[in-house]
Design a protein around this ligand. Structure first.
Ligand SMILES: [Zn+2]
Ligand SMILES: [Zn+2]
Length: 375
């Protein structure tokens, strides 16, 4: 449908005799003959009834332009008359006029933007979200604060183990594509050995893994929503002409609704299939633990390795562990253990030695430094 334009006549209230809802076409009050003026809101029209006007006189008045007010008597006058109808004074360049609104028919107003959440309520949201973080931050800040205390080394301990390993013949299984017969080589002084592959036998087919195989197609559907036009709706814009009349232009614009639909497509379907390969047993050599490890420990400051005899194809695996126990006063007697990484680090700690520690408010020790020598 095409655009529809109509004129609406406003009403005003007489401030002299209090007559209300006088149609705009009357420039004087029909009751007391007071001319309509700018003062007393007499020229601020109400458009409550929204009755369309079509008669010749109204159309002419609406087309006359914005009203102007006489400098001498204050009466309102048609925009297209040069003389005051009340006192015959001329319209001057200083005569005030009602302002007409821009024509919405000429240039459509910009589309209204989507409403945004007011800033203040967003700020509240941030505050509510941040509060727990802030409290947690304060606590971890307090907990991470450290203070210095003095302590003492109460004991030291070392533990050393030696495991004898021998290069022994063993049976293993492996995938045939990774096996080729090679001769083993025995170690000399615990090194230079090669495991070798010998006597490949008992080969059988076994499952080695799986693979995905295309197996036809399948149809998959998703529920989705889209915007579609669903008829039209009437949209009207109004323009006050500054003379008691209002121009209304209505048009039918497309209306959009959400429509749900199924979005379907076809995709390849896969099935899982086993993959077989040939596995064999073979002989090789490997380092093998021989018996329990020999162990030595002590609280002195002279760590030593346990004695063990070594055969021609043997080697020894050494492991060492050190411990320094510290006691300190921090609202009661507390203990802390250090684990030096090697012998020289271990030997720098002496029983009875005083140390200083940095302890956090949550009780964790962050730093230990050696104080004066043992007393
Ligand atoms: Zn009146
Ligand atoms: Zn006048």
């Amino acid at each position: 449908m095409a655009k529809r334009t109509r004129l609406i006549e406003g009403t005003w209230n007489c401030t002299s005799c209090d007559t209300r809802n006088i149609p705009a076409r009357h420039r004087n009050c029909p009751n007391c003959n007071n001319p309509r003026e700018e003062t007393g809101q007499e020229s601020e029209f109400e458009f409550g009834e929204e009755q369309s006007v079509t008669d010749e006189k109204a159309l002419s008045a609406a087309a006359a332009g914005a009203d102007w007010f006489c400098d001498y008597c204050g009466a309102s006058n048609r925009g297209d008359t040069p003389l005051c109808r009340h006192c015959r004074a001329e319209r001057s360049s200083t005569s005030r006029a009602l302002s007409a609104e821009p024509d919405p028919d000429a240039a459509p107003p910009p589309e209204p933007e989507f409403p945004r959440a007011p800033k203040s309520s967003r700020r509240w949201l941030y505050l509510v979200l941040l509060l727990p973080c802030f409290g947690g931050g304060l606590f971890s800040f307090w907990g991470s604060r450290t203070h210095g205390v003095t302590g003492q080394v109460v004991s030291t301990e070392w533990t050393r183990t030696v495991q004898r390993e021998s290069f022994q013949r063993v049976s293993q299984t492996g995938w045939r594509d990774g096996l080729s017969t090679t001769a083993p080589r025995m170690p000399v002084n615990g090194q230079g050995e090669r495991p070798g592959v010998e006597n490949i036998r008992d080969c059988t087919r076994r499952q080695r893994g799986t693979r995905q195989v295309a197996d036809g197609t399948e149809r998959v559907c998703e529920d989705k929503t889209r915007r579609v036009q669903c008829g039209t709706e009437e949209k009207c814009t109004r323009q006050k002409l500054g003379n008691g009349y209002m121009k209304e232009v209505c048009d039918d614009v497309p209306k959009y609704c959400d429509e749900s639909y199924e979005d379907c497509h076809t995709r390849t379907r896969y099935r899982t299939e086993p993959v077989y390969d040939v596995s064999c047993t073979y002989d090789t050599y490997a380092w093998t633990d021989m018996g329990p490890p020999a162990r030595a420990s002590g609280n002195d400051s002279a760590p030593r390795w346990p004695e063990l005899r070594v055969g021609a194809v043997d080697r020894l695996r050494h492991e060492e562990k050190y411990l320094v126990r510290i006691e300190y006063q921090d609202g009661g007697v507390k203990r802390h253990e250090l684990e030096p990484r090697n012998e020289s680090e271990f030997l720098s700690w002496k029983k009875g030695q005083s140390v200083s520690l940095q302890v956090s408010n949550l009780g964790s020790v962050s730093n230990v430094t050696q104080g004066e020598a043992a007393r």
